[in-house]
Design a protein around this ligand. Structure first.
Ligand code: AYL
Length: 519
């Protein structure tokens, strides 16, 4: 076995819950504003935040919604999102985070799969939420914002403060359940423990050199692991603050970053493109900025250099997966290489494994990246087959990404072995789209791949086999628009006679990609 170890010394893994870890970062500064709602300017100080978490945790517990329960949270970023998240964690429950742009069918699927019994959402999502809970175990709803008819607001759920974390096994209890398709198949619940979240917060604080007082414009959604760990938990635990944004808006992002003198921007590659090219950028004073930090999808060397030059700052990159809580690699500040994903975070070990032979490879060779460390998930919910296929050899997680380690120990992602499509950093699972297509009358087979795109990274496209009276491309698009969220929509549909498959029935996606290149 050839193991690449992190150049950082190991960090401690304290026996503490994620909420207690966040409170550790808040207690020394009770009067500091730590959360501001970008659009309205509404604020929460550290003391107010902790008070609301404790009172909501008490109220949830009194209603039987604490320990042993899974609470779904569906909404855009706002200060109260963080209150609900930590109240459920503090009360010993599990949070499953739902994309607020989901359709009712997508919401229902996640609620059923996660066995959620309560849903917290916002007024703008209420109609879809009410439709989505039919046929699930959800017995109650609450709203961030004003109450609506029978649906109570958060204030009415608050109770006597819970002053202590409800005891849970820090390694075995699932505190959060985001969804990811992993290397193949449909989206699955990723079981992350308190240990996973706490360790990754400290791995990032150390690896990225996070400093007290950092304020970020938080547009990366808290429902996705990037926003959840890197923005919400690192900033609150690490002595920083957040100005929340319900969605990405370049002008608001630039204004907040300017007004709060942000030293670092946490972004994804499409935002790097906007920062490198958009004329609006010149209207703002970003002189406090020291670095941009991109993650969740590949940031090419050229774009990385362009954005660094324009903003006169260092351009860094991180690599990770939902299954890694999420960050395993980060660019070093003093030796960032454009296009590279950087060094293994503290406590992270890596292997590069030959995809044909399964043997370990040395520095310089390309193979599948395997990761071991305390940030590796517990497994996939209700899916031991996917868990044992993904975590092998006593704790090594197969990432499904092809990488190379250079002589300085920096990791370069060179290709993706798994099925996953990344649209603007969001996961699109080909298997989910293929199932939606073949469920339509008149479509007998389908294959979905990512079409390279300079702005989105990849665009979902489909090859379909249809009967003589089957639906045409417009009819297919119109149908999917009603059942799947915006970012999963198909940008191109090709009607073909057959889908190329291996002897065992696996779709030969590489062949489809090569066919497209040849056109
Ligand atoms: P998920 N370069 C290339 N591909 C990447 C990179 C990167 N820097 N980061 C993530 N990916 C791809 O679960 C890769 O295929 O990520 C990986 O397996 O939605 C997949 O995205 C994981 O998709 C960071 C760095 C957060 C990464 C993240 C992970 C986001 C969650 C913060 O600084």
């Amino acid at each position: 076995m050839t193991i690449f170890t992190s150049p950082f010394p190991d960090i401690a893994q304290p026996d503490i819950s994620i909420t207690d870890r966040v409170f550790q970062g808040l207690r020394p500064r009770p009067d500091e504003v730590v959360l501001t709602d970008g659009p309205t300017g509404r604020t929460l100080t550290a003391a107010q935040f902790m008070d609301q978490v404790e009172r909501l945790a008490g109220g949830l517990t009194a209603r039987g919604l604490g320990a042993g329960q899974t609470i779904a949270l569906m909404g855009p970023n706002c200060p109260e999102y963080c209150v609900v998240f930590h109240a459920v964690a503090f009360a010993g429950g599990t949070i499953t985070t739902i994309n607020p742009t989901y359709t009712a069918a997508e919401v229902r699927h996640q609620l059923q799969d996660s066995r959620a019994t309560f849903l917290v959402t916002v007024p703008a999502c209420l109609e879809i939420a009410c439709d989505g809970i039919t046929g699930t175990d959800v017995t109650g709803l609450a709203l961030i914002g004003a109450a609506d008819g029978d649906t109570p607001d958060l204030a009415s759920l608050m109770g006597d403060p819970l002053t202590r974390q409800v005891p849970v096994d820090l390694d075995a209890h699932t505190v959060v359940l985001p969804y990811s398709s992993g290397t193949t198949g449909l989206p699955k619940g990723v079981m992350l423990s308190h240990r996973n979240l706490v360790v990754n917060v400290d791995q990032i604080i150390t690896g990225a050199g996070f400093a007290k007082g950092e304020v970020a414009a938080a547009f990366l959604p808290f429902f996705h692991i990037y926003g959840m760990t890197v923005l919400m938990n690192v900033h609150l635990a690490g002595g920083g603050a957040l100005v929340t944004m319900p969605r990405f808006d370049l002008e608001m992002f630039l204004r907040i970053s300017q007004d709060h003198r942000s030293v670092r921007m946490w972004i994804v590659p499409p935002v790097a493109l906007a920062l490198a090219k958009h004329p609006l950028v010149d209207n703002f004073d970003l002189s406090a900025l020291q670095q941009i930090f991109s993650g969740a999808a590949p940031l090419g060397a050229e774009l990385s250099n362009a954005v660094g030059r324009r903003l006169n700052c260092v351009s860094l990159q991180g690599y990770g997966m939902t299954e890694l809580s999420p960050v395993s690699h980060l660019s070093p500040i003093d030796n960032a290489k454009a296009g590279a994903s950087g060094l293994a975070a503290p406590n992270v070990q890596c292997r590069i494994v030959d995809i044909e032979t399964g043997t370990d490879l040395g520095a310089g060779a390309e193979g599948e990246l395997w990761i071991k460390g305390p940030n590796v998930m517990q497994g996939y919910l209700n899916n031991s087959a996917a868990t044992t296929a993904t975590i092998v050899d006593g704790g090594w997680l197969r990432t499904g990404d092809i990488a190379r380690i250079d002589p300085d120990g920096q990791m370069h992602i060179v290709d993706r072995l798994k099925e996953l499509i990344k649209y603007k950093g969001f996961q699109v699972a080909p298997a989910e789209l293929e199932a939606a297509l073949t469920a339509m009358d008149g479509i007998t087979d389908a294959a979905v791949i990512g079409l390279p795109d300079p702005e989105a990274g990849e665009l979902p496209m489909a090859f379909v086999v249809r009967t003589a009276d089957g639906p045409d491309a417009d009819a297919i698009k119109a149908h999917l628009a009603t059942t799947l969220a915006h970012y999963k929509q198909l940008h191109r549909i090709e009607v073909v006679d057959t889908i190329p498959k291996s002897a065992s029935g696996k779709i030969l996606r590489r062949l489809l990609r090569d066919q497209l290149k040849a056109v």
